[in-house]
Design a protein around this ligand. Structure first.
Ligand SMILES: [Zn+2]
Ligand SMILES: [Zn+2]
Length: 735
């Protein structure tokens, strides 16, 4: 008996081994095995096929051991992985590794504890009064705040939101501030918990559900385009409830669980222990345990991030990709897969319904809907007919010409006024700026030298509170002492960051309770959840932050959203800059007015006539998309072409040499309509002291790029300049 094995190493292709008679009964498709590989006596591999004849000219070696009692991959998953290998042309072993929970890569097929009962945590009566006493115990405080905000919840949900909650919860129980109990999961006994009550669908939701229902059992991809606050999650929940009623499984992919604990919580509340969570906030052991529950069929619904597209859900009926336009579905190191695209492929292999949901669908997905590949479902109005917020533009360029430049922290008079009015009305505000730190650029007034990271070709950001100049690429920090190291001249900073905005808000509104949410103020998922929980309980009036404040939070008290500077993302040298800006503006604007009071959004910009901004003002996704698609078509960018980015990193001479060798290999292999751009130094020429070059291959479709891709892959296996080469199929980041 022969098996085809993908070895968990950075090698392309698969290898054939012989199965000794003693192991013949144990080997199955998707099984993990130990095999001799190269000089190593034992390497981990996965059975991906059963060839009938051995390859000519190779001496066959034997499988040493079968590593699990059952194969970690279902046959459908093996099919998906093989498809991905052919599409992304990456080493199959690397994909298989990315697809498994980290615990399984390092250990044997360990058993997880059998969990027939679900543990619940709840705040003890009177626990709220004890909060001030927990000032020093930050972890305990965060857990208790979360419990006070959410009530009695499964411990799993708590740990999804606060990964280190376990120890803190134990301490709270000892202090008598929290209660633990457990019971047989409600969902299994066929009842729904009170907190998971099923809402009556709106007419639009009902229409969407009908279409999804009618497609059950066949591969049908849908684009669920619903404005912010239109109730997309309820459509997901009810579609999955119907799949479960038929005894089938579901997979839900979300961009980031730490920022959206509410969403994971809603699935838990509705389906109890049938939900397994897979995300990076869990420990390896916890992820492994959740994965095993799915593999054994104990959990039938998986809610997870990018890599959960490989989750072993059996008999998959529904696949949901929430916020399908989000960039975090694209893997930026390791195998360059896009989880949304793989979700659609998996749906085809499993005859499942695929629902891609977004308020601002990616142009790739929209184009697929326009061509009839995906069916379009629309939720054009918010639930309870709540109006979309009123969006106004504050033209900063006009203000500058008229000598009315915004004050420190970029708070223009209209934005400052709106903040004050909102505070007086007892309502909450969110201020968004896509740039952390105090000042983004520090210059010498004598010689003009800018503070740059010596290891990376980028400007350092001034972080005033810490008195440091930081590089946001490598983390290098230098003291900010105000004098130019080159000439001793005085230095000054320009360009506003979130730290400066926060300071300006405190100066403007001394009585307001202000917090900032960015990677400088929070270092863990716990911290993030703590800030968000305080904001949700209305213990804060103003929240200043980066993208972290734009995600799918639902804060009914927020009536004002201010975009401090919309231009930061527009200026990037990336063909998706306008699309990303529009998506960001629409997402952050969608945070306003989700409660009873109408929301207001102020967008400050120096480019008030940019289409991304004018269409965001009008809530006009269709108008923006039409213009942007026409522009992409004229310029030959996706979705009308396909791209392959080749990134080269190495010594200054080596990166250049390798890049030139790649181009040399690609040129004779360019088919009709395929062009090669570069090689050229990347937009950021150096990171961590390593030179970066890139090449871009552009062709009419994916297939047209394969020949040149293969030719370059042969060079990359032995790069003449010794540089590292990464092939990025359908690239997202262009820097
Ligand atoms: Zn100087
Ligand atoms: Zn650096």
């Amino acid at each position: 008996m022969l098996v085809e094995v993908a070895v968990a190493a950075a090698v392309r292709g698969t290898f054939t081994y012989r199965v000794p008679t003693a192991l013949a009964g144990e080997v199955a498709l998707g099984q993990r095995v130990a095999v001799p590989f190269g000089r190593s006596k034992r390497a981990t591999g996965y059975v991906v096929g059963f060839p009938t004849a051995p390859p000519a000219g190779f001496e066959l070696r034997d499988v040493v051991q079968v590593l699990d009692a059952f194969p970690p991959f279902t046959p459908k998953l093996v099919e998906l992985l093989r498809w991905a290998e052919g599409y992304y042309l990456c080493p199959p072993g690397e994909l298989l590794r990315a697809a498994l929970p980290p615990g399984l890569n390092t250990r044997g097929g360990a058993d997880a504890p059998d969990r027939r009962r679900v543990e619940y945590a709840a705040p003890a009566p009177g626990a709220a009064e004890a909060l001030p006493g927990l000032q020093r115990a930050r972890a305990q405080r965060a857990v208790l705040e979360y419990l006070l905000a959410r009530g009695r919840i499964p411990v799993d949900e708590l740990r999804a939101a606060l990964p280190t909650a376990r120890a803190a919860l134990g301490a709270l129980v000892k202090r008598g501030l929290a209660l633990l109990d457990s019971e047989v999961p409600v969902a299994r006994s066929g009842l729904l918990e009170a907190s998971g009550k099923v809402a009556n669908p709106t007419p639009d939701q009902a229409r969407a559900l009908e279409a999804i229902d009618a497609a059950a059992g066949t591969f049908t991809p849908f684009l669920l385009h619903g404005v912010t606050g239109s109730g997309k999650t309820e459509v997901y929940l009810q579609a999955i409830a119907r799949a479960r009623a038929a005894g089938r499984g579901a997979l839900v992919l979300v961009p980031e669980i730490a920022l959206t604990p509410q969403l994971a919580g809603r699935f838990r509340a509705r389906f109890g222990d049938e939900v397994a969570l897979l995300h990076s906030g869990l420990s390896d052991a916890e992820r492994h345990a959740e994965w095993l529950r799915l593999r054994r069929g104990q959990a039938r619904i998986c809610v997870g991030v990018r890599s959960a597209v490989f989750a072993p859900v059996e008999d998959l009926a529904v696949i949901v990709v929430d916020e399908e336009h989000e960039g975090s579905f694209k893997q930026e190191d390791g195998p360059p897969y896009h989880a949304r695209d793989l979700a659609v492929v998996r749906g085809r292999l499993e005859d499942a319904v695929v629902v891609l949901g977004s308020a601002t669908p990616s142009l790739e997905t929209l184009e697929n809907a326009r061509r009839g590949r995906y069916r379009l479902l629309e939720l054009p109005i918010r639930v309870d007919d709540r109006p979309l917020p009123e969006v106004e533009v504050v033209d900063l360029s006009g203000g500058r010409r008229a000598g009315r430049a915004p004050s420190a922290g970029m708070l223009s008079p209209p934005l400052a006024g709106a903040l004050a009015t909102t505070l007086q009305a007892g309502q909450q505000s969110i201020l968004f700026l896509n740039r952390r730190g105090y000042q983004s650029l520090v210059l010498c007034e004598s010689c003009g030298a800018e503070a740059r990271c010596p290891d990376c070709a980028v400007a350092q950001t001034h972080h005033a509170r810490r008195g440091l100049l930081l590089c946001h690429y490598c983390g290098r920090s230098d003291p900010m002492n105000g004098l130019c190291p080159a000439c001793g001249g005085l230095r000054f900073g320009v360009g506003v960051g979130t730290e400066q905005v926060e300071e300006a808000v405190r100066a403007l509104l001394p009585t307001a309770r202000v917090a900032r949410l960015d990677r400088d103020t929070v270092s863990s998922a716990d911290d993030t959840a703590e800030v968000l929980a305080r904001f949700a309980r209305r213990e804060l009036d103003v929240l200043v932050g980066t993208q972290m404040v734009t995600k799918g939070h639902d804060f009914p008290g927020v009536t004002l959203v201010g975009v401090v500077l919309a231009d930061t993302a527009l200026a990037l040298p990336d063909f998706r800059a306008a699309e990303r800006t529009f998506q960001l503006l629409a997402q952050v604007a969608g945070r306003a007015g989700r409660g009873a009071d109408r929301g207001r959004v102020l967008i400050q910009t120096f480019n008030p006539r940019s289409p991304a901004i004018t269409h965001a003002v009008g809530h006009d996704y269709a108008g923006f998309a039409a213009g942007e698609l026409a522009r992409r078509q004229a310029l030959g960018y996706p979705p009308y072409t396909r791209l392959l980015a080749v990134r080269v990193e190495g010594s200054e001479a080596g990166a250049r040499r390798t890049a030139e060798a790649l181009a040399h290999a690609a040129r004779p292999a360019l088919g009709p309509g395929v062009s090669l751009i570069g090689p050229a130094p990347a937009a950021i020429e150096r990171i961590r002291g390593r030179s970066r070059w890139h090449l871009l291959l552009r062709g009419p479709d994916h297939r047209s790029l394969l020949a040149a891709h293969r030719a370059m892959a042969r060079v990359a296996a032995r790069p003449p300049g010794g540089a590292a080469v990464r092939f990025d199929v359908d690239p997202h980041a262009m820097l």
